[in-house]
Structures are given as structure tokens and as C-alpha cells.
Design a protein around this ligand. Sequence first.
Ligand code: ATP
Length: 245
Amino acid sequence: GTDEPLLSVRGLGVRYGDAVTALRDVSVDVPQGGIVAVLGSNGAGKSTLLRAISGVLTRQAGRMTGGEIRFAGERIDGVGAERRVKSGIVQVPEGRRVFAHLTVQENLRAGRYGNPKGKRPGDLERVYDLFPVLGERRSQAAGLLSGGEQQMLAIGRALMAEPRLLLLDEPSLGLAPKIIDRIVDLLREIHGQGTAMLVVEQNAAVALELADHAYVLSVGEVAIEGAAERLRGDDRVRRLYLGGE
Ligand code: ATP
């Protein structure tokens, strides 16, 4: 029905090798058109959760030990990473990871994955409308962009694949507060154009400002969950993740 979440993770367990249990019985939903945040400190399992959803766990010698992942009602945890991109799950990787020696425009074209050539000639223009600085620098090597601009390029590249769900891994990492505000505004605008988001962040203040709903992961388990507004006022969240008293 229409109440069905766009993404539904149920009872997810993940291990790396035989020794490391990275996630235990994790359940997370992203409603249609929602923005959901996952908070947690270093090593809590945030990146592992994104890898399980995007389907790249095995590249890190990880594997699911239990649970299921559904997207738009379909079971996807047995499906390859490429097919997940084509179905609309697109990740913006941590640390930007743009192709430094390619131009801005070549980077954007490389993101047109699962979105056949020529089908949507307006997509580059859409990205340049959202991020005018990328249009101005379209012929420059991506490695010459500032950190904030590289983050914008990584988001723009993901948009080229026409995501229904954007997975964002620490979009604020290493950026100055003013640039973070700008990125948050842009993500809101993209969300307003109809893209759901799952945002992983160590910066809880940023995540709770952007999201409607949030989960706190602690040592591989969901420790706290609720409306972002409620979590902003939650004592444990304030003490542990917002630097409050
Ligand atoms: P960070 O923000 O530091 O990346 P995180 O919350 O994203 O932290 P993960 O990277 O998902 O956490 O790591 C969760 C746990 O799994 C940690 O204990 C980590 O050491 C372990 N882990 C992650 N990747 C691997 C791997 N390839 N092999 C073994 N253990 C791993």
C-alpha cells in the first residue's frame, strides 16, 4: 500500500570475516519522500549499514548474517550492486571520491549509470542549475575543486543516475560550517524535488537539522530512534552526540 516504506531494513546482521560483528538486528525504514539520519560515533556501523543497502559489502569481505532489505516492496539483499543503482538506490561516497584527473563534466557523465544516454539530455543542466559553480568549472579537473565543491560534484554525479533514494555518507565531513550550511540547503532542495535520503553522519547537529527521523547506532545496534525533533531534545543524544550537558 501507500504506507509502505521506500526502504525497509529488517533485523540486519553483518559480519566481517569470522571475528567482527559490525551490525546486530538493525531495523531502519526510509518512508517515501523522507529524510532519515543515522548517527553514531566512529566504528558504530554506519558505513556498514550503507554498504549493506548499496550491495558492496563483499568488496570489504563483509557479509549479511541475517535479516532482509526491501526497496519499493522488492527484496533486494540478494541482488547485485549495479542492479540496485538501476532500481534507484544511489550512494554519494564518503570523502567525495571524485575522479581527480577527469573534468567536472566528465565526472558528472560518469554518474549517468543506469540512466541510458540521450534519454534525459537535461540532466546535466539540472545539476548545473543546482550547483552553478560546477557549470562554471565544467572543463576544469575535479581535483582542483575545493572540498565543498568536490562534495557538490559527488552529489551531482549521484543525481545523474536519477536516484529515488540517495545514500549519503558523512556529507559534512571535513567542511567548514558555512559550506555545511550550503550543502544542507542544497540537499533540502534536492529532497524537495522528490528524492528520499538516508544520511549517515557523525555530526549529529547537521543530521538532526536535515532529517525528519533519526536512528542512533551504538556498537552495531540501534540504541535510540525517533523523530529528529524529539532526538534534538533527548538527554542522551545531547550529552553523547551534541556536546551538550
Ligand atoms: P566510521 O565513521 O569510523 O567509518 P562507522 O560507524 O561507519 O565508523 P563501520 O565502518 O561500519 O563504522 O565499522 C563498524 C565495525 O566494523 C567497526 O568495528 C570496524 O572496525 C569494523 N569493520 C569495518 N570494515 C571492516 C573490514 N573491512 N574488515 C573488518 N572489520 C571491519
